[in-house]
Design a protein around this ligand. Structure first.
Ligand code: BTN
Length: 272
């Protein structure tokens, strides 16, 4: 059964610059939490670090949802992981069982990216709101739209799509949207009720117990992933190299809030 704690109004647009733009604008009005925009295509879809996000008609789910969290803004950094975990479980339920979450915001199948989360915050006076942007590649091959352009080679090299990973070719945007939102709302409620990020994300987080390369500023070092901190930080036990002294260590573990983590040869800093 669909669990909608809010009056979720879903609007589907043909083309927008970015659904994060339209939801951030909606947030400045009295649009209720849960207002959701989906676009068939985005003309200026963006990913983390202002990278472009490939988002042509028929290629995937390009969706943003408005949140107005009642909890302290200092805790909001964890929301991206709560959303990522909900999206990860949604993909698993739709036939892409191998989906995992790479900190901080990548949905991955093996070493290929299948989706990502981009949370952006705006405020006016005492009011603040978040656009939770979710991008999930559904079709790379034009199965939903015969005239669909294939992804450019750089995206192709790093990314995959649901249908390439075992989901039926009949999979639609709305089906994926519903599967994500159904899991997102209860997880978000539990987050606001005080459940911790590590508990909410559980085993969706990839690489726990594995060694990763980390780049923070000009420094590169290695460490073992120990899990997530209370606010969604990546806990890493340094094993090689010199982490910057500005990163404080508790019981031999650094709580990473930024920087680039390299898993195998692939970095989370990439667009897809
Ligand atoms: C990333 O992995 O870097 C995050 C990608 C987020 C893409 C989604 S698609 C819907 C929303 N609108 C955007 O412009 N970006 C997000």
């Amino acid at each position: 059964m669909t669990h909608w704690p809010h009056e979720t109004a879903i609007t589907v647009f043909d083309a927008v610059t970015s659904t994060n733009d339209t939801i951030l604008e909606a947030g400045a009005t009295d649009a209720p939490e849960g207002t959701t925009h989906i676009a068939h295509c985005q003309t200026r879809g963006r990913g983390r670090a202002e990278r472009q996000w490939w988002s042509p008609p028929g290629g995937g789910l390009w969706m943003s949802t408005l949140l107005r969290p009642r909890v302290a803004p200092s805790t909001w950094s964890g929301i991206s992981l709560v959303v990522g975990s909900a999206a990860c479980r949604a993909l698993q339920s739709l036939g892409v069982e191998a989906t995992t979450l790479y900190w901080p915001n990548d949905l991955q199948v093996g070493d290929k990216k299948i989706g990502g989360i981009l949370c952006e915050v705006r405020s006016r006076g005492a009011r603040a709101w978040i656009s939770v942007g979710i991008g999930i590649n559904i079709h790379f091959d034009g199965t939903s739209k015969p005239d669909q352009e294939p992804p450019p080679s750089d995206v192709r090299a790093r990314a995959t799509s649901m249908t390439e990973c075992g989901a039926p070719t009949s999979t639609t945007q709305l089906e994926v949207a519903e599967a994500v939102l159904e899991r997102l709302w209860p997880a978000y409620e539990r987050f606001q009720d005080g459940k911790s990020i590590p508990e909410l994300v559980g085993t969706d987080l990839a690489h726990v117990g594995e060694t990763v390369d980390v780049r923070t500023g000009l420094q590169s070092w290695k460490g073992i992933v120990r899990g997530l901190g209370e606010r969604g930080e990546l806990l890493i036990e340094p094993t090689e190299g010199e982490p910057p002294e500005s990163l404080s260590t508790t019981d031999g573990v650094i709580a990473l809030t930024g920087g680039e983590v390299v898993y195998g040869n692939k970095s989370t800093g990439e667009t897809k």
